[in-house]
Write a protein that binds this ligand. Structure first.
Ligand SMILES: Cc1cc2nc3c(=O)[nH]c(=O)nc-3n(C[C@H](O)[C@H](O)[C@H](O)COP(=O)(O)OP(=O)(O)OC[C@H]3O[C@@H](n4cnc5c(N)ncnc54)[C@H](O)[C@@H]3O)c2cc1C
Length: 322
């Protein structure tokens, strides 16, 4: 069994989420061929080759003005490359771009599509994927006929791969027809407002309604600054205008899996928890000892955020001064 693993770049390097796909393929018992398709990706391919036994650099890529492959190109190219390589499937990280193209690739290949995977097992030779459903209230298991599948996998669901396989990247080209290229990207207009990279953050400090006010929410930002963390928020904090909507974590916000998630004044409603429950270590601060967030927290602090956060900020400052 063989899966193509699509490796997108972040700041010119293979994204962590994409490299984790190599671990997912290994766990599935599949050979993996990592595929890179961005202009000037030779260094990233060499980096990927430390972890993979096969690395393919796609040539003749149709790119958008940012030098990234277009959705139409990548959809057609990955489906055709899978056929050329005799691959049974394609694994992609669950980044928004990849979520758009995964079902399209699956349709071209005539195979099943499993999205938002958070784990997998092999049962009697069948790869069984686990994914959250109904806003994370249930976990469902899905498999595809003959293990032929296109799957998107959430960042943080698998370990980073270990170095060792090592190979020499090879260049390959696939013929993409004009008929495959339905949309032409001519220009990107940046969204007004700040860019928040919650999905890639190692540490997130998130605040909820319990922060009380815009001024109270500043304590969340102060702790995040001290820790070098990214600020997250529950929906009420955003609807109150304390922080921009790009910070929202949850069912209708971002799905995150940092190493450390500090939830401040957040009750733990399922629509919030479904977006952060895969975090490595969860610290929750809430004045209500029965708050549902404590059910998923590794450490729960019962108390007033306005008293506890200043103590935490001082402790981090003192630690950094040592
Ligand atoms: C379709 C749909 C989609 C949604 N999507 C999202 C989403 O993506 N993200 C999201 O977050 N929500 C989402 N929601 C809203 C969600 O249901 C909850 O209403 C929301 O998550 C609650 O946010 P909260 O925990 O900040 O507020 P609350 O539930 O009001 O909780 C506030 C908490 O703060 C504590 N508190 C109060 N004062 C203090 C203090 N001084 N010190 C310590 N603790 C204190 C309280 O004990 C309480 O537990 C969605 C809802 C729907 C219907």
């Amino acid at each position: 069994m063989k899966y193509l693993v699509y490796v997108e770049l972040k700041n010119g390097k293979p994204s962590g989420a994409a490299l984790e796909l190599l671990s997912a393929a290994k766990k599935a018992g599949a050979d993996a061929a990592a595929v890179l398709a961005e202009s000037g990706c030779e260094d990233a391919a060499a980096e990927t080759a430390k972890f993979a036994s096969e690395v393919i650099i796609l040539d003749d890529v149709i790119t958008d003005p940012n030098g990234r492959p277009t959705e139409d190109f990548l959809t057609a190219a990955l489906a055709k490359l899978a056929a050329d390589e005799g691959a049974d499937g394609v694994l992609l990280s669950a980044a928004p771009f990849n979520r758009n193209i995964a079902p399209r690739i699956a349709s071209r290949m005539g195979v099943g599509c499993v999205t938002d995977v958070i784990g997998l097992t092999v049962e009697g030779g069948t790869v069984v994927f686990t994914r959250p459903s109904y806003g994370g209230t249930v976990l469902e298991k899905q498999s595809a006929a003959d293990n032929k599948v296109v799957a998107t996998i959430r960042s943080g669901s698998f370990d980073a791969p270990e170095e060792g396989a090592a190979c020499e990247p090879v260049h390959k080209s696939v013929a993409v027809d004009d008929a495959d290229l339905k949309a032409k990207i001519t220009e990107f207009i940046a969204e007004a407002g700040e860019v928040v990279n919650l999905e890639d953050a190692d540490v997130i400090v998130a605040g909820g309604r319990g922060m009380g006010s815009e001024e109270g929410f500043k304590l969340v930002e102060d702790l995040a600054n001290e820790l070098g963390a990214v600020v997250g928020a529950s929906r009420p904090a955003i609807e109150s205008g304390w922080v921009g909507r790009t910070h929202q974590v949850g069912q209708s916000g971002k799905i995150v899996a940092p190493k450390l998630y500090i939830a401040c004044g957040i009750s733990g409603a399922m629509q919030h928890v479904s977006g952060m429950m895969d975090s490595g270590y969860i610290v929750a601060i809430n004045k209500d000892e029965d708050a549902p967030i404590f059910q998923i927290a590794d450490v729960g602090i019962v108390g007033d955020v306005h008293k506890i956060l200043p103590l935490m900020i001082d402790a981090v400052k003192a630690h950094k001064a040592q």
